[in-house]
Design a binder for this molecule. Sequence first.
Ligand code: SAM
Length: 244
Amino acid sequence: MSLADLAADARIVWRMLLGQPGGASHAERLEGFYAAQAARYDAFRARLLHGRSDLIAALEIPPGARVVELGAGTGSNLDSLGAACRLDHLASVQLVDLCPSLLAVARQRARDLSNVEVIAADATTWQPTQPVDRVILSYSLTMMPDWQAVLANAQAMLAPGGRLGVVDFHLPGSGGRLANRFWKRWFGHDGVHLSAAHLPALNALFEATFIEERRAAIAYLPWLRVPYYLFVGRRHACIRAATD
Ligand SMILES: C[S@@+](CC[C@H](N)C(=O)[O-])C[C@H]1O[C@@H](n2cnc3c(N)ncnc32)[C@H](O)[C@@H]1O
């Protein structure tokens, strides 16, 4: 790694140590947190956000599918999508996010991809004009304060038989009280809210086809192993309400 890369990483670590800044709205808080990180986001998060390409592979995305990512950030999952299926064979890919700095990187990345649309909108309310086949939530559910509304919204936009895929940090049942309290505080400082309720809610709302609970090393702190999960589930024939 070059000195310039190390300096850029140091700025990101400093931002994380400072925590998510205040702001009148959720969108302002996200922008305050990510604006200085956007240029180096992909390289840094590649060592922090594990399992994203495994999730995309587990989603078994068929040619012609309509795909939405809620909380898509810089659109880095486009690379995994391209590896798992022919991007140009998909009907559409819609990348939805609230943070202007990350969306600018996503627009740049998608500039030559005619079937990819980058959309500035809130994942709790945004809806596509027609039902979609796959919805992806990649390390975004923990950053969405009204996550139940996001899951209900994702459920509502899926076509019958469509699938939701989620990869994210969480507080596992097997985690132990002290360890779970540590992770909750550690990530909560940056506006990332780990929960023990996400995976049970996903299991209640969707018919699970793939679940894995894992642990991964953190950039610069390899002795710590953070718990995360992958979930893929089919939309039930009858939509159920999201609960805690
Ligand atoms: C940790 S980043 C993950 C980005 C990307 N999915 C990835 O895997 O690299 C979480 C993203 O969720 C977005 N986000 C948080 N709340 C949101 C909301 N209510 N609507 C849309 N995006 C939101 C943030 O702006 C941020 O880009």
